[in-house]
Design a protein around this ligand. Structure first.
Ligand SMILES: [Zn+2]
Length: 66
């Protein structure tokens, strides 16, 4: 199967709510990492998951202080 998903996604910051461009930092694997919001600089926890059979990843953004 052709995997031509693009790593750039528009996401909303869980702190300030501003949309920003998130570059998915994974090479096809599941990953958890912290990305600083480009608007308010808060550390956003990013979880990358690949649902079974999916050809693009599912992203979850969380506040680190929840
Ligand atoms: Zn923010």
């Amino acid at each position: 199967m052709d995997s031509d998903w693009r790593p750039e996604r528009t996401a909303s910051c869980p702190y300030c709510g501003e949309p920003f461009l998130l570059v998915v930092d994974t090479d096809g694997a599941e990953a958890d990492y912290v990305e600083d919001c480009p608007v308010c600089c808060a550390p956003i926890e990013v979880a990358v998951r690949w649902p079974l059979g999916a050809d693009e990843p599912e992203l979850t953004l969380r506040r680190g202080d929840d």
